[in-house]
Design a protein around this ligand. Sequence first.
Ligand code: C2E
Ligand code: MG
Ligand code: MG
Length: 751
Amino acid sequence: MPALLRPHLPRLPLARRSDLADDRLDPQSRAAAAYVLARCAVALVAVITLAMSAGSRGADLVPAVAAHVAFAIAALLAVLVVLAADDAARRRWVRALVVTDVLGFAAYNIAFGSVAGAGSLATVSVLLAGPLLWSWRGLAVTAVPVGVVATLWPQRDPLGHTSGAWEVWLLVILLAVPAAAVSALVRRGSMRLAHAEEQFRTAFDDASSGMALLARDGRILRANPAMHALLGTSELPGAWLHQYAVEPAALQASLAGLSPQQRASRFEVEVRGVDARTRVASVVASAICSDGAVRRVLLQAEDVTERRRLQDRLSFEATHDSLTGLANQRVLHDRLGAALADQRPAGILFVDLDRFKLVNDSLGHAAGDRLLMSAAQRLQDCVRPCDLVARLGGDEFVILCDAPDASGDVDAAAVAQRVVLALRPPYVTDDGILSATGSVGVAVAVPGTTVGTLIRDADTAMYAAKSGGGNRAVVFNDGLRADVVRRHALESGLRDALRDDGVTVAYQPVVDEAGRLVAAEALLRWTFQGAPANPAEVIAIAEQSELIADVGLHVLRRALLDSAAWPEDVRLHVNVSAHQLDEGFAAALRDVLRETGSHPERLCLELTETAMRDDVDGLVGKLEQIRALGVRLAIDDFGVGNASLTYLARLPVQDLKIDRSFISGLPHDAGSTAIVSGVVAMARAYGMQIIAEGVETREQDLACVRLGCLQRQGYLHHRPMSAEALLEVLARPGHGDLPQPRAAGEVRAGR
Ligand code: C2E
Ligand code: MG
Ligand code: MG
């Protein structure tokens, strides 16, 4: 088992300051070893001297001097040993070593006093004793006995002189003073060291951030109270830091990265204390190095649990949908981008709930939200862990079918089928049994696909699924691609046509019960690639490409200019897309009215019911701004949209155009008859004027009049026509309300 993961070791006492130093042989031990070696050399010299002492007296002098020199070297080394010692325990055994040696040497000298003499003995003793015992007292306890011994047993040197006691005492005095001075210096250095150590301890213990001193293997040698609080325990020294990490391997890797070159590292680590609470600590680890290696590690740890929690929450909110908890568009783009960059197989499912708006409108947003949450859960249940479900907003979801690696398989079409089936069963909720099936568009990445094109292709396929009736999945194919290509061509063609004044306007009259032309509706006309384009398709493309504002203003300006030539009592109807109704629309309208010198009362703007999809309060505000200019408002194609009748009462509209689909059923279809008469009654109740759209036969026309719908518009009366042709019609007496199946100047729209 690796040393760092070992569960436990016997506890150590508090680490000392010397723990900061090298683990290997420390300086004082090294000096002690040197002393022992030197002392061996001295012993050797002494033995040699003894052996030679049998020779002549002159020859005896040489080994005696050599012995003196050797004693001096030994003494010097002993002093070095003591000076180098800064640790109480080590100093003690070094002292013991030296004292034992000195006493042994003294005994040896007394026994064989003929060689070294009392002088040498005193020299060595004094030199050692002062620093050794750090005080004058040290001198007393060693030098004085040596002097006494020398006095009682005068020694004879190799030349035959007997060393007197006074010589010894002189030597003691001469050597004792410098030795004591050295001792004082050492003592002061030692106190300074103790002071620094105390400061270090205080800073360490009182630090508000957690501090710990670690051995290289992660063992905690010392920890301050803040570190104990962070780890929820009071028994840290001796334990391994890693046993508190939620991911020990990660912590180990962070610490292993420290080296003499990389002396500090910052990282965050999740720790679980003895109290089982998980906290996040921001750690600065500093390596304490010596001899080119990391010996200890000093940790400073800050409890950043709260900050991390806040950060996590913020980053979750930035990347997730608050209602469903699903990933948001940003995450989707990032993940899909990464999958495409790695050339992993990837598929996109664009999911839109069918008739979700009904739920929202009829039961309120809270019910809609609950439905969305349930649908999101069903989507989650359909996918594998490596897939991603994201919510783009509203009832639109995107599923990324991701493969774990480049050889993986994403059967996006199969997932799409699962999704359709999963969304099919009704939802049993407190609001009742609700139904919102799903339309799913599938697009699979091919080499060169970008994030944008893949999502767009899936969106296109989803629209195909929706137009096929919903509750199904459609895989993006070449046909849909051709549609997209055509849409692009239409879009750029329309842009050019707007610039080159290629977009024209046709007018379809509205007649009253006497057949008099009372209004004319402006309808966009554009010839694209040699054929008339379908206005509804053009408008849809303009809406998708943000061209709608330009298109709308172009038609409005043209129609206002043309209508200047009409009799004053003939109204101008202009269609307005919901996408045009932004904050600036009323101001733009006012400018165009001013610019063309038109009377606002003659203008009626037609809005389809789809404009009421968004928030009604906002819509009412915008419509009131338009009304404030004096412009009339009409609801177009009434009956086919989703607007509830309650909306109607709140909208400031004056006209209601009943959709062609109801008129075409007249007079024989009882349902259509009932609806038309009901709408007429309701419109009367709200004081609105009714216009029947798409009247094609005389029977329908008569039925409309009979049911109270007096203003009619349709091929029976007039087809859309050019501005000039309309002027001709207006010039006829009574505005010539005659059936004109193919009137001269008719301007037909493409289908
Ligand atoms: P809409 O506003 O409901 O216009 C009436 C549509 O019904 C016109 O089609 C018209 O040609 C057609 N129509 C009129 N009478 C009859 C009839 O008796 N039988 C049949 N089968 N059709 C009849 P068009 O011109 O193709 O316009 C289609 C739609 O395009 C318009 O429906 C309107 O929603 C939109 N549109 C046209 N021009 C504009 C415009 O300038 N701006 C906006 N926003 N939408 C426009
Ligand atoms: Mg219209
Ligand atoms: Mg209409």
